[in-house]
Structures are given as structure tokens and as C-alpha cells.
Design a protein around this ligand. Sequence first.
Ligand SMILES: Cc1cc2nc3c(=O)[nH]c(=O)nc-3n(C[C@H](O)[C@H](O)[C@H](O)COP(=O)(O)OP(=O)(O)OC[C@H]3O[C@@H](n4cnc5c(N)ncnc54)[C@H](O)[C@@H]3O)c2cc1C
Length: 468
Amino acid sequence: MRVGPGLPEELARLANQPRVKVRRGGAPLTEGKCVVYWMQRAMRVVDNPALDVAIEAGNLLGLPVVVFFSLIPNYPNANLRHYHFLVRGLEDVAEDAAARGVGFVVRRHPDNALAPFLAEVQAALLVGDENPCREPERWRRALAARLQLPFWTVDADVVVPSSVFGRSFFLFHHFRPHLKKQLSQFLVPPRSVEPLYRWRPDRPIDGVVPGPALLNGLHGLDRTVQPSDAFTGGTHAALAQLRRFVTAPLGRYDVARNHPEVQGTSRLSPYLHFGHIGPLTVACAVQQEREVGRISAATEERFLEQLIGWRELSVLFVRHNENYDTWECAEPWARKTLTEHCADPRPHLYSFEQLECAETDDDLWNAAQREMVQTGWMHNYMRMYWAKKILEWTPDPARAYEWAVTLNDRYQLDGRDPNGYAGIAWAIVGKHDRPWFDRPVCGLVRPMSGASTAKKFDAQSYIRQNLG
Ligand SMILES: Cc1cc2nc3c(=O)[nH]c(=O)nc-3n(C[C@H](O)[C@H](O)[C@H](O)COP(=O)(O)OP(=O)(O)OC[C@H]3O[C@@H](n4cnc5c(N)ncnc54)[C@H](O)[C@@H]3O)c2cc1C
């Protein structure tokens, strides 16, 4: 390792940014030959602040960067549908990493352990990304305790790093002013730091080639849910989808976003979930449309309110609430009202299997469930209705929450995400919402009736599209 004058301060400056968390401190190993970026959440090379930090550190240390991806068969609640999308994305990572001059090594279970890889490539420093969900956070902590080299993680998949807020918020309008204050600093075009040292290992480093065969023979992988034909994974598909969205539907977003029967939203949530695209890339593309006058400031604001506002409020909810995936996350008012109404007669009681198979008496709900099972995605308006009905049709709110999480995580390509837990919490236990008027079953939690929902858009068309 070449140590230039003033290096420690430069590295310290890098590590002290709000987006970076030093999980294991200390100086990079003097005998190190590279900086390793352990890619887990932000599966992209373009607009990836974690990779940028790794490259900047490498440049300061005079070292190249190699990206390491460890493919395990049992990522919590993931199945073939998710893995298929993920693995498609790794092909783009390989292509883009080569173009950018950083290494990329994928290893599959059982040869996927990070520690031997770090030793083999003689890593000086390990950089990772952030994920607020329980297991990935636990893995990062466990790793930091075991490692013999410095380990930093970078909050790469939000516009404003979560550490800036340091807490969750009760309601969206409480969060909005805090968020607005930060946007001039963080809502800026993504950087793309050029690596000064190319990855050229002395000897070949074993790894598997990203491609469709990657999942063959991967034992222990849940193959019960088939891949979706409606979405192709990867950064390249995500950027193409972003271009399609900004050239047409974005202009009508304000109105069309509440019409599940038309494709009026970005449909980028699977890509954002897998980190195939960064939120900054999306936000800047939308800002640019407003700057050239193709969309109004109101449309821009409405879209960014979803992409940054609601999305990052959800991240803070998960980061600061360890019960995010059970009804235990309910605020006291919601817990009280739902408990009081627990014994109310339900209009219908369906089993988990009836719900999963879309066998209810409500065609609109069945259509939404089918959209999710068949395509791996459901329109936002229908997600709200879908979850509210599960609360009405199950024996108690704890079970409603559990079943909604199970179905959402199993079938949605964007499931297993802070947005999903916050969305379900909003619908079932009134999270980020205020008490409404007292009704049977839902109590003070905002209700959503089939009759009024179906009047707000062409429900018959949506039903035909999904029930055939
Ligand atoms: C019950 C329920 C379950 C949900 N489950 C998920 C889930 O598992 N994964 C998921 O990503 N989103 C979930 N959402 C939030 C929202 O429905 C989806 O993010 C949105 O429908 C995705 O479609 P889009 O990309 O076309 O959104 P667009 O309208 O184009 O919005 C752009 C982006 O903004 C973010 N966004 C939009 N609406 C919301 C919202 N209400 N809350 C948080 N972020 C939002 C998403 O990242 C989205 O991709 C859920 C909402 C509810 C009510």
C-alpha cells in the first residue's frame, strides 16, 4: 500500500460523511492489495454511493477496487421469483463493473464466505452498503465483530442518509419539513468517481459467471413461486423503464397514479428494491423533465413525495421500529381500538389459502391478488384496498398483519422491503395515519370500502385485465 502524505485526514473525511457508518474502525491494512466492496443491497455500478466510497478510498490508498457478491440460497423470505430477477441484475453489474475498471467476483453457496475472499485478495478495507431490515443489519454487526480489517457501510439507497434524521416520524407532514431542509444538500446529480487503479489481480480469482445458470443446482432455494414475465431485472432494464416513464406517463402522474387499470406510475419499485437503480437517478431524471418544461412543478413534487418522502419515511420506520413486520408496531391508539373491535363479527372470514388463491367473494380484491401472484407487482391503490380487506376478513389484526406480510413478501418482486412493511402498517394498524371515525372491525383505523374504491377508476377494466 502506498501511503501518501495527509492520507489519514483524507480517509477520515471520507469516513465522516453522514452516508458512511464506520462499523469497524482503524487504519486500512498496510499490506492490503485492494479495497473490497461487499455488494448486497445496492446491486448496481451506476449511481452507487457505496461503490463511489470504495473507489475514493482505493484512489487515496493507491489500490484498485473489487466488488464481491455472495449468492446464498436462503435469503430470508426470498424465492425463485426474487432470485431470478436478482441474478439477471448481476449480469449488468458484471458488464458495468468491467466498463468502470473495477473487479467483480460472484461466489455461490457453499463457496461464498466473505472472510476467505478478503484474505485471498488481501483486502485493506471493506466497504458495504446498508439495509435497515433485521437480518441484513444483524449480518453486518456480526461481521464487524469478527473482522480483522476496517469495515464501513454506506447508506446508498436513499437520497438523504437515514443518520441525518436519527429517528422515525409519527406522520408524513411531521417528516416533510425535516426532509425539505436536507434536499438542497443531498438531492444533487449522482457522482461517478473514476478509479485511478484498475483491478488486475496477479493470479485468477475463482468466481462464477453471472448468467441464467447461476441458480442451477443451488440447493435450499425456495422454488415454489415462478419468475415474473412482466419485469426483467437489472440496471439496464431499470434505466429503460425510467426513460419510458419520463417520456410519457410522468406528465399525467398526478391523475393516472390513482388508476390501477392504466400503467400510469413508474413501475420502478422492483428495481429500487433490488438496488438495480438508485433513487437519485430517478429523482434527477424527473427534476430534469421539470427544468425543460415537460412536466409541471406540481407533478414533480407529487412524484418526489412518493419516491423520497414516503419511501424514506418507510426506511426510518423500519430502522427505528424492531416490530416493523408484526402488528406490535401499532401506535397505542390503534392497538386500543383494534383490540376493542377484535370480537366484532367479520363480514367474511377467509382462510389463508382462500386469500392466496384469490377465492373471495370480491372480484376487485381477487383481481388485485391475481395481479400480484401473476406479475409480481400490484398497483398502489389496490395495495391499500387489498390490505384493508385482509384486516376485515381475518379473525384478528395480528393474523391480518402476518398474512398480509407473508403474501406481500412471497409474491411481490418489491416485497421484503421497508415500503411493504410501512404500507401494511399504514393499512392495518394506521401507521403514519391519524385516527378516523369509529366503525366495526377497523375501529378508528381508516376504512376503505369496495363500493367507493370501485367508483374512483374503471374497476371493471382492472378486473377484466387480471381475472381474464
Ligand atoms: C399495503 C401496501 C403494501 C405495499 N408493499 C410495498 C412493497 O412491498 N414494496 C414497495 O416498494 N412498495 C410497497 N408499497 C408502496 C407502493 O404501493 C409501491 O411502492 C408502489 O405501488 C410501487 O409502484 P411504482 O414503482 O409504480 O410507484 P410510483 O408511484 O411510480 O412511485 C415511485 C416510487 O416511490 C416509492 N413509493 C410510491 N408510493 C409509495 C408509498 N406509498 N410508500 C412508500 N414508497 C412509495 C416507491 O419506491 C416507488 O417505486 C405498499 C403499499 C401498501 C399500501
